[in-house]
Each structure stands twice: as structure tokens, then as C-alpha cells.
Design a protein around this ligand. Sequence first.
Ligand code: PTJ
Length: 250
Amino acid sequence: DSEIPRDHPRYASLVTRHRIEAGVERGITSKQGLIAQGRGEAFDYLLGERTLPSADAAARAAAAHLLSANRPVISVNGNVAALVPEETIALAGVVGADLEVNLFNRTEERMEAIADHLHAHGATEIKGLTGDGEIPGLAHARGTVDADGIESADVVVVPLEDGDRAEALAAMGKTEIVIDLNPGSRSPRTADVPIIDNVLRAVPNMTAHARELADASPAELQAIRETFDPEATLAAAERAIREGEFADEE
Ligand code: PTJ
């Protein structure tokens, strides 16, 4: 990251590309992860490369869900591991969640490379390598999870999730928090809490909200969860895209 001048107008975007490329070179990110990144970047540009007020409210609702959960799990794929390893570990620490490596294109090599990468960034326990559980209704590799991880979680964070798996997790009755820059994508549309924002901004923002809500009462957390409106969040993001980069939300 250090080779890119900080005052470059597209600094954040260049840093992101560099991290994803390095992720592919290290065997962490899949080649499809490059394509996913390109798609995400286009939506981020349309959203003005900022956290909308509606996305900030979603991050707060997500923090309230995670703090209220009995068994929260944060799912980590090849893009998340390359882009926000330390930030994801920090979020897990603040809300008391487990981290589980869970891949759309599962290979043992990439599972291990990602677990090693997270350990190198300070994570202690990483789930996902056991693979003794399943998400019903998905083909074997895509549905493989840990029995004491995602399979038995009550609240799951699935950043950049594919639509079929988002629906299958919802069918298991889990509370789903999805981070995705495309408000039209099936996974945020399936989520209880869709966060339409870049993982680079959304993950640290969730951590900040969780820190701020650390002493909130169960009743306060419940009120934040219940007043959150997923449809309104998706609509606000779509409006921001339609009305242009500098449009204000009402
Ligand atoms: O590492 P694996 O094998 O688990 O694979 C991960 C990817 C992301 C390749 C896989 O899940 C996939 O193919 O995803 P899709 O179907 O391409 O969807 C990715 C979604 O994430 C798209 O809707 C993008 O707009 C969005 N996206 C991409 N980059 C970001 C993002 N959302 C938030 N922040 C980003 N940086």
C-alpha cells in the first residue's frame, strides 16, 4: 500500500486493487474475487465512495444484533481476508464473535492460506477447516461449514455473499448481516440487515458502533434492532445511485 501517494485522487481505490492483487498472488483471493472487486468498485463509484447515512444506520443495527447474539459468527472469504484482515479480527473481538473461513470456491489450499493469513494478523482461533457441518440445500463444497461455527450460529455476518447461500442461510433461520455494494444483489435483499457499503468502510464502522453500544441495555439493543428497516435501507441506496454522487438522502 505504501507505494501509492496518499494524495492521489483515487487512493482508496488503488489501495483496494493492490490488496486484491496481492491476495491472488498469495493464494488467498480467487480469480473470481478480482471480478467481484471490479463489480463492487463500479457500485462504490456510483454511491460516491462514501458511507450513506442509511448504511451507517445499518452498521449500527448490525452491531446491536451481534452484541445481542448467543453465537455470532463472522464469515471470511478470499476478498475479505485480502481487504480487511485486521479490521475483521477487531470486530470479532469487540462483539465476541467467532471467525470462520467459508469459501464459495472451496479448496483446502485456500482455506489454509486464509487461516494462516488471519493468524499472522493476530487471530487466535479460526473456524472452517473442520468442515463437519453443512448448510442444507447447497452442493457439497458450497454448503460445507463447521458444526460448532456457522451451522450452529444464531447471527452470521456474510460479507460479499453469493445469493444462493444467502437464501440457504436465511432458510436455516439465522439472522443474516450482509455487506454488499450492490443494493440490487440477491444477498443484501435476503438479509435481515443489508449494509450497502464497501467492506473497507463497513467493518471498522460496525466495530465503532459496537464499542459505542458496549454498555447499552438489552432493551436499548432490542429497540435498535426492531426499528431498523431493511427495505428502506435498500431503497435509500438505490435513490443515491439514481440521483448521483452528491445527492443527499432525506
Ligand atoms: O473467496 P470465495 O471463494 O468465497 O469467493 C468470493 C467471491 C466474492 C469471489 C464470491 O463470493 C463471488 O463470486 O461473489 P459475487 O457473486 O461476485 O458477488 C460479490 C458481491 O460483492 C457483488 O455484489 C459486489 O458488488 C460486492 N462487492 C465486491 N467488492 C466489494 C463488494 N461489496 C462490498 N465491499 C467490497 N469491497
